[in-house]
Design a protein around this ligand. Structure first.
Ligand SMILES: Cc1cc2nc3c(=O)[nH]c(=O)nc-3n(C[C@H](O)[C@H](O)[C@H](O)COP(=O)(O)OP(=O)(O)OC[C@H]3O[C@@H](n4cnc5c(N)ncnc54)[C@H](O)[C@@H]3O)c2cc1C
Length: 481
């Protein structure tokens, strides 16, 4: 991501919190005491609070935005439908997000994959279940994918920095390793499509150790790559944000919206002091539930460990592709009549992957895709995107793709509360600062999908990280009784 833009977004966050006039800041200052305080009302924070409650510990969740769900957000469509602007699909092995959804009454349905997908790799357009490729390309990709998978399987789960060859793996990029192994340009392009989709970055910058950790943590490369029966298998009825909305309803007035945390002081005597524009909280334990990059906005007045400081600074400073998830609306999913499933995988378009995201009853047609405006200056403005994206879709789906009825998008690159949108971790960060992802600093604990041993980067990881943090806090608070 553009560092200057990140800096400006950080500025927006600071303006939203720390630079409020002192008189306004403390006008309604109240000191509240709580056993545990959770910062962040995304899936990780809500999972933390829910599990603390289950373990008999009262907590308050402080959320900066005026909504819960963090990196999951429902965008309204005509007819009362919604489409997701952030996290959306789940698949096999993602049991904890599935369990949470079931507990809060959110059902799932099968994403639509009947019919042929469209592939455009290195200029060759094909339709089918898989891209058209030569025997040599297929063999070469499978061989390297298998090698990567077995290297990933041999890492200590959730602690990749403890691998015997961790230093080597963390000091080489995925692209450098692929080249060393003799990968053809076709194979490298295939991995560029994968990392652009899952990490918002390219193999040339991504640490091999991070890539291996990510695929191990999410259950394997095959699951990541597959849609049907893979990690893009199921969608949530009412949209993924419903899971957070319903989980927050269960917590009632314990979830405080529009209350960004400005500072945290872990005073050795007394309680941890947390300040927001609305007042001061004193807590026995604090759980910070967000990406390491997003914690940069909070002033940890009593300091953090050197390793945690380094983790946060490096995470926030990563070069990410600024990401926009957008959906074009049609009267109906017309591509289905042509035997297409709406899926496009391409290395030749500003649109990354395209998915059929129509409502379950197919009363509307929706094609969703991802775009990095930094790579396509011609689509930098929303007006241009509304005009040009249907034209781009028409290359794959014909002139009917021009006949749109609406357009919605979520631009993550301008969101001041989600700098750590998706993570393309570069060389040397996991081995030097990785353990700080989960290690508490004094009475401050960490959650958020990036800290999860299983499901790192996914909604499942967010839920699991909250379960882990709640158990950690319960252990220490119970020991004190
Ligand atoms: C475009 C996109 C597509 C994705 N697709 C998928 C997918 O299909 N499947 C999948 O499983 N995952 C997907 N993900 C990832 C998934 O959305 C995330 O892993 C998950 O939602 C992260 O949850 P979290 O609680 O860890 O963090 P967040 O959702 O980021 O929650 C952190 C919360 O902390 C709040 N916060 C930040 N600063 C402060 C502060 N100072 N004070 C108080 N609150 C603060 C934020 O507002 C936010 O609500 C996608 C993500 C994106 C962006």
């Amino acid at each position: 991501m553009n560092n200057r833009r990140d800096f400006l977004r950080l500025g927006a966050g600071v303006l939203a919190t720390g630079m409020l006039p002192t008189s306004l800041l403390w006008a309604s200052t109240k000191v509240k005491r709580v056993p545990a305080l959770v910062i962040g009302g995304g899936l990780a924070g809500l999972s933390t609070a829910r599990n603390l409650k289950r373990l008999g510990i009262d907590s308050v969740v402080l959320e900066a935005r005026d909504r819960v769900g963090g990196r999951t957000i429902n965008l309204p469509l005509p007819g009362g439908h919604v489409v997701e602007g952030g996290g959306e699909w789940i698949g096999p092995g993602q049991d904890r997000i599935a369990a949470l959804a079931a507990e809060v009454g959110v059902d799932t349905f099968d994403a639509y994959y009947s019919g042929a997908g469209i592939y455009e790799i290195q200029g060759l357009v094909s339709k089918g279940l898989l891209p058209e490729l030569s025997l040599q390309q297929g063999f070469s990709f499978s061989r390297l994918a298998w090698r990567l998978q077995s290297m990933a399987d041999s890492l200590p789960l959730g602690k990749p920095w403890k691998a015997i060859n961790a230093n080597y793996l963390d000091n080489i990029t995925l692209a450098a390793w692929l080249k060393k192994e003799g990968a053809s340009s076709w194979v490298i392009d295939a991995f560029r499509i994968i990392t652009r989709a899952i990490m918002s970055g390219y193999p040339e910058r991504i640490s091999l150790l991070w890539f291996l950790h990510y695929i191990q943590s999410s259950g394997g490369l095959l699951g990541i790559a597959l849609n049907d029966n893979g990690l893009q298998d199921l969608r949530f009825v009412g949209g993924s944000q419903m899971v957070s909305i319903n989980a927050a309803k269960d917590l009632g007035d314990k979830v405080h919206l529009g209350e960004p945390v400005i500072s945290v002081s872990d005073n050795p005597t007394g309680s941890v002091e947390v300040q927001t524009p609305k007042g001061t909280y004193l807590a026995e334990r604090v759980v910070v539930a967000m990406s390491p990059a997003d914690t940069l906005r909070i002033n940890f007045k009593t300091g953090l460990s050197a390793q945690r400081e380094s983790l946060v600074k490096k995470w926030a400073g990563l070069t990410r592709l600024p990401l926009i998830k957008h959906s074009v609306i049609y009267k109906k999913p017309f591509w289905r009549e042509a035997g297409l499933n709406g899926n496009v995988v391409t290395d030749h378009s500003p649109l990354q992957l395209v998915f059929d995201n129509s409502p379950q009853d197919a009363s509307l047609g929706v094609l969703t895709s991802f775009l990095s405006a930094a790579e396509v200056p011609g689509m930098a403005s929303k007006t241009d995107r509304v005009r040009l994206i249907p034209q781009e879709l028409s290359r794959y789906f014909g002139s009917k793709a021009l006949d749109t009825t609406g357009y919605v998008e979520k631009d993550w690159s301008t969101d001041p509360w989600s700098i750590g949108c998706i993570t393309p971790l570069t060389k040397g960060i996991l081995t030097t600062a990785g353990p700080a992802l989960r290690k508490p600093v004094g009475r401050i604990h960490w959650a958020g999908t990036e800290s999860a041993e299983i499901g790192c980067g996914y909604m499942d990881g967010a839920v699991r990280s909250g379960e882990h943090a709640a158990i950690e806090v319960h252990k220490v608070l119970k020991a004190k009784v």
